[in-house]
Design a protein around this ligand. Structure first.
Ligand SMILES: [Zn+2]
Length: 138
């Protein structure tokens, strides 16, 4: 594995390559997605990159009708909300991400614990194309 720094920039570079990367503490085994330079559980700085399979379960979600400006620019508003959630990965670690493939107008149909898989959304409608992480039902 390449020795990229444990930064959001490196994490986003990996997303561009359709890789969900986290880091694993070599001392206690705790995993972090996105990576952190220091283990917050045992305070060890001895971490390594690990590629995550991206399978997990929905741990929490919220349907957002009042979007931040960059989301409003993508066309989200009160009539077109979107879902933001937390997914507990099967391999360990919790990741915040957009949730796709579910109806934000019907939050009662969304169940905590439902199986999810990672999806890489490539945005090309912006000045600098970027990839962001989303999860969808698996
Ligand atoms: Zn640790």
């Amino acid at each position: 594995m390449t020795a990229r720094p444990f930064s959001d920039i490196a994490y986003n570079q990996y997303l561009n390559e359709e890789k969900l990367m986290g880091c694993k503490c070599r001392k206690c085994g705790e995993r972090y997605v996105p990576p952190r330079p220091l283990c917050v559980k045992c305070f060890s700085p001895d971490l390594e990159w690990v590629e995550m399979k991206g399978a997990g379960r929905l741990a929490a979600f919220t349907c957002i009708a009042i979007a931040p400006p960059f989301m409003m620019a993508q066309g989200y508003n009160r009539k077109r909300p979107y879902i933001s959630g937390v997914v507990e990965l099967d391999e360990g670690g919790r990741v915040d991400a957009r949730i796709e493939g579910l109806d934000p107008m019907r939050p009662e149909a969304i169940r905590i614990g439902m199986p999810m898989k990672a999806a890489f959304i490539h945005r090309k409608d912006v000045e600098v194309p970027e990839t962001y992480l989303a999860f969808e039902p698996s």
